[in-house]
Design a protein around this ligand. Structure first.
Ligand SMILES: C[S@@+](CC[C@H](N)C(=O)[O-])C[C@H]1O[C@@H](n2cnc3c(N)ncnc32)[C@H](O)[C@@H]1O
Length: 433
């Protein structure tokens, strides 16, 4: 238990915050918006980081991300130090979480962590925060090697994929992933000497680089895209002038791949804001697509296409390494809601495929309800459609199709080389007509 708390120095009522408090205050607001309101981190950031400089904003996001990534383990440390368990939603726990993430994960100087934590909490709780942070330093608190998953996620994934996958997910979750680049054309062998090559038109770089400062950003020959996210478009091969509907397309990672592979692309998305980013991406890379803002549930294409790629909105539990907020926000109810939406989108997507054409269905989810079960249900209602099984030779080494011919990337894949996001991809063939 905490030793008799030493009294932190009393601050005068209108004393200004110590330097560096603003990004910590923003991080506190970010974590609160995610845990209490279920806002995604990037949405919460707009409100929480108002008025911050770019560097402070990045620091606030780093604190919030590491707090969420290590929250189960940080909470265990806090609970080991209090006589009574602090309720989950009190300010002192919230401040301790972000302070301990700085101290134990980001390795911020202890004096700065303590000085900027205290103004965030008032009265008796301030003494408690001070005492626990002192104890953390005195006892040299450490986090475990692997960040523990939230219990509900661990149980759900253990049931779906087994305990080994849960352990692999914890290992994958413990550090932000590397940066994967997709290229419009294969870069020269002498370019990107520090990169690992896991597939054609792909390079993997160590994390921590400022994307816009990387060589060739302005020229637009590459874009950021996890290797797993590049698989759906790879499975369509080269377009040779054929038509493809890229449904739920923004911000356009797959649109760029398809356009670069010679497809005539119509990119459809319901979000005007995300389509702006798609437009900017196409402009930067000099690639072309017709862009349509529409709800895929009601939109009808002018003509059926040779191929349709549906990258459906989903729980996004597969991208938990990059977005550690996801596993704290997503509950079974939202997975069910997403699955119902995916079912509708898949039905509409199929109507846009020419007889004998190809339909790719993809989600960045680690939930069977958003992957395998969607395809089972679709085939039950569309008995003339067939699975077009993915072949081994179409995939990067170390990734293999499952026994149904689907691609299911699970945590643990490529773990020696920086891992992979969780994705599901199925390729279906329309009846010949
Ligand atoms: C997984 S993201 C797409 C990522 C994109 N394919 C890429 O590779 O960059 C899902 C997209 O679906 C869009 N969306 C969600 N519901 C939709 C609907 N009913 N109709 C059209 N787009 C929708 C969202 O705006 C979001 O941009």
């Amino acid at each position: 238990m905490v030793d008799r708390p030493r009294r932190p120095r009393q601050r005068a009522q209108h004393e200004p915050d110590p330097p560096g408090t603003a990004p910590r205050r923003a991080a506190l607001r970010l974590v609160d918006a995610i845990l209490r309101r279920g806002d995604p981190l990037d949405v919460a950031m707009h409100a929480a980081a108002q008025g911050l400089t770019g560097a402070d904003r990045a620091f606030a996001v780093a604190i919030a991300s590491e707090t969420l990534r290590w929250m189960v383990d940080i909470d265990a440390l806090i609970d080991s130090a209090t006589a009574q368990i602090l309720p989950d939603d009190v300010k002192s726990r919230a401040v301790l979480r972000i302070a301990l993430a700085q101290l134990l994960v980001l390795k911020s100087p202890a004096h700065a962590v303590v000085a900027t934590a205290l103004p965030l909490v008032a009265g008796g709780p301030r003494r408690l925060v001070h005492a626990i942070l002192s104890r953390a330093q005195q006892d040299e608190w450490q986090l475990p090697e692997r960040a523990t998953l939230p219990l509900a996620t661990a149980e759900r994934w253990a049931e779906q994929w087994g305990l080994a996958t849960v352990e692999a997910a914890e290992a994958a979750w413990s550090a932000p992933p590397p940066i994967d680049l997709s290229f419009a054309a294969e870069p020269g062998a002498e370019e990107w000497p520090e990169a690992t090559v896991l597939a054609p038109r792909h390079r993997r770089l160590p994390r921590g680089q400022a994307v816009e400062a990387m060589p060739g950003y302005r020229e637009g020959g590459w874009w950021i895209q996890d290797l797993a996210a590049s698989l759906p478009a790879r499975l369509l091969g080269t377009g040779e002038g054929r038509t493809v509907l890229d449904l739920c397309a923004a911000p356009g990672g797959k649109t760029m791949q398809l356009a670069a592979a010679g497809w005539r692309v119509t990119a459809v998305d319901s979000s005007a804001k995300r389509l702006e980013r798609l437009g900017a991406n196409m402009a930067r890379t000099g690639l072309a697509a017709d862009i349509v803002q529409a709800d895929v549930r009601t939109w009808t294409p002018a003509a059926a296409a040779d191929a349709v790629l549906l990258d459906a909105p989903c729980s996004a539990t597969g991208i938990f390494r990059r977005h550690p907020d996801v596993l704290h926000r997503i509950e079974p109810r939202q997975i069910d809601e997403m699955a119902a939406l995916q079912c509708k989108l898949l039905g509409r997507a199929a109507q846009g495929v020419k007889p004998g054409g190809t339909l790719i269905y993809a989600t960045c989810s680690l939930e069977r309800a958003e992957g395998e079960e969607q395809i089972e249900a679709f085939l039950a209602h569309h008995p003339a459609w067939r699975v077009d099984p993915v072949r081994n030779d179409e995939l990067p080494d170390a990734i293999a199709p499952d026994t149904n011919g689907f691609v299911r990337t699970l945590p643990g894949l490529l773990s020696d080389a920086g891992g992979l996001d969780g994705f599901f991809v199925a390729r279906l063939r329309a009846p010949a007509g």
